[in-house]
Design a protein around this ligand. Structure first.
Ligand code: NOJ
Length: 551
């Protein structure tokens, strides 16, 4: 039996507002996505995952959804979405859409209705409205904190003008959390899934998949700051302190609660009614023991591997995380996922810059991590621009847009630097992102991206783009990659990672800052640096470089 496509797919994340501007207004759109399908096809990916394009006041770049069953005019129309889905399918590319079931936007019709309805009404019961504490209800109902900083509760003004109840938002105050203990909320989300499945989408990326269920007794949390911190992506996963923090997420008042299993069983039932192996991937940083609840066969299909996404360029850590992932998912019986970056994290190149390790070295290291990620069994996720080796762009404070920046009063810079519009061609902004040259892009593009445009890299056999194309081509072609079982990873010498698949495929990556020579037989297939050489029996790897070999 053929295995489902998502067991070993290459999935490209499109962040629509920064992918390609098809109508010249400085913002990416669905027409832009459709226009660039040939580029994506040539890259060799199997599917695209689009971040939200639904009507939204854009307080969190579209993750504040006013209507999950429509398209924001800034991205196009429902007809444009359908055309994009159909064209992707015609090109042999599957389409995954992002659903945001944890919360709505303050502009969602239900939330508007709740604001003008009485406390205790059915309209309020679709969200988490509570009276405040203190003599006049002037204090938030609980000590829960927002992931974006500050209290997770905001007080409303009642229709008669008096200070009123508080509503819960574990993200920005513009993102009220749905009350998932309410059957109306559950049913409405099944309608949303059906709406997109009927339009042919092949899967869903489930935003904040660990957050939907809340403890309806609304208890105080022992360490609310710690709970929020535990989900940060830039922590040292292997430290005992972080492990202890993460363990507290399980069945906490806000996250990773047992009730989720029943919710996702319902989703799976709906997806199972459709042909073509529809799938869903959970955005949920949970302990390995808990992963089974999200992908246990009758719930969702994949779960993001955040440990790999935040991995340092360190041979022993890479080996440990990869081994752990493979062992854990073998128990759960779900295929692994691998990603180096997404729209919420620094770009992998910038993440790897360190004292004594400049951007160029970090780019080589990022390309080497890609060599590892792309040769592992399971699905690989590629965040747009990663295939061009882009680094984070400098953002002037006045241009920042991320609510994280505003809610932490500038203490955290937020995620804008990794969300800058892509450079397609040319030597100056907008680098072909938009056709009109005097456009102001929603985030400024830096000078110096001329060498990182898709066009410039397409003409350079040693570019990051050339490496990605080659890896993706080989993923489809090498027989060793068809077998999802026989993978081994180890340090073949101190600081050097070796991955083998089957009997003839080897990936070697030098995580040291020295040139090394390592015994390796076979033909070199692709490398992360122009100076990697293979000569009958050995491979010479510059610092941070790596290669794939076939014997
Ligand atoms: C995770 C999304 O990836 C992120 O961009 C967003 O801000 C939060 N969820 C809230 O929806």
């Amino acid at each position: 039996m053929m295995r489902p496509w998502w067991h070993a797919a290459a999935i490209y994340q499109v962040y629509p507002r920064s992918f390609r501007d098809g109508n010249g207004d400085g913002l990416g759109d669905l027409r832009g996505v459709e226009e660039k399908l040939p580029y994506l096809k040539a890259l060799g990916i199997d599917a695209i995952w689009l971040s939200p394009f639904y009507p939204s006041p854009q307080h969190d770049s579209g993750y504040d959804v006013a209507d999950p069953r429509d398209v924001d005019p800034m991205y196009g129309t429902l007809a444009d979405a359908q055309a994009m889905i159909d064209s992707a399918h015609a090109a042999g590319i599957k389409v995954i859409v992002d659903v945001v079931p944890n919360h709505a936007s303050v502009e969602h019709r239900w939330f508007r209705e709740a604001l003008v309805s009485a406390p205790g009404s059915a309209a309020r019961a679709r969200f988490h409205f509570r009276d405040g504490r203190g003599d006049n209800g002037e204090q938030p109902p609980t000590n829960w904190m927002s992931m974006f900083g500050g209290s997770a509760w905001t007080r409303i003004t009642e229709p008669d003008g008096s200070p009123g109840q508080w509503y819960l938002h574990i993200f920005d105050s513009s993102q009220p959390d749905f009350n998932w203990s309410n059957p109306e909320v559950r049913d409405d989300w099944l309608t949303t899934l059906t709406f997109w499945l009927d339009r042919g989408v092949d899967g869903f990326r489930v935003d904040v998949a660990l957050g939907l269920a809340k403890d309806m007794t609304y208890p105080e949390i022992e360490n609310p700051e710690g709970l929020v911190q535990a989900l940060r992506l830039d922590l040292d996963n292997d430290s005992d302190e972080v492990k202890a923090m993460r363990a507290k997420v399980t069945n906490s008042a806000i996250f990773d609660r047992d009730e989720l299993q029943e919710i996702y069983r319902g989703w799976r039932e709906v997806m199972n009614r459709y042909p073509g192996d529809r799938m869903a991937v959970a955005e949920a940083w949970v302990t390995p023991e808990r992963a089974a609840m999200y992908v246990g066969g009758d719930t969702l299909h994949q779960i993001f591997n955040f440990e790999f996404l935040s991995i340092p360029f360190d041979a022993s850590r890479i080996c440990a995380v990869v081994q752990r992932t493979l062992e854990e998912l073998a128990v759960v019986k779900a295929p692994a996922t691998w990603a180096l970056s997404n729209h919420d994290t620094p770009r992998v190149v910038s993440r790897l810059v360190a004292p004594g390790f400049d951007e160029e070295s970090a780019r080589t290291a990022a390309r080497s991590l890609a060599l590892i990620g792309h040769c592992l069994p399971g699905s690989i996720y590629v965040y747009q621009g990663e295939e061009l080796g882009l680094a984070d762009a400098p953002i002037p404070d006045a241009a920042r847009q991320d609510p994280v920046w505003f809610r932490t009063n500038g203490e955290q810079l937020g995620r804008d630097a990794a969300r800058v519009p892509l450079p397609w061609s040319g030597t100056i902004p907008p680098y072909g992102f938009s056709d009109s040259s005097d456009v102001t892009t929603w985030l400024p593009q830096p000078d110096g991206w001329a060498e990182f445009t898709a066009i410039a890299e397409a003409g350079d056999p040693h570019s990051t783009l050339a490496q990605y194309r080659e890896m993706l081509r080989l993923r489809h072609e090498l027989p060793a990659f068809a077998d999802l079982e026989n993978t081994a990873i180890e340090q073949v010498m101190p600081g050097v990672v070796r991955v083998t698949r089957g009997s003839d495929f080897t990936c070697l990556v030098n995580c040291t800052n020295q040139h090394i020579r390592v015994a390796a037989s076979g033909r070199m297939l692709v490398a992360s640096h122009a100076d990697v050489t293979a000569d009958g029996g050995s491979l010479t790897l510059p610092p941070a470089a790596g290669a794939w070999l076939l014997s």
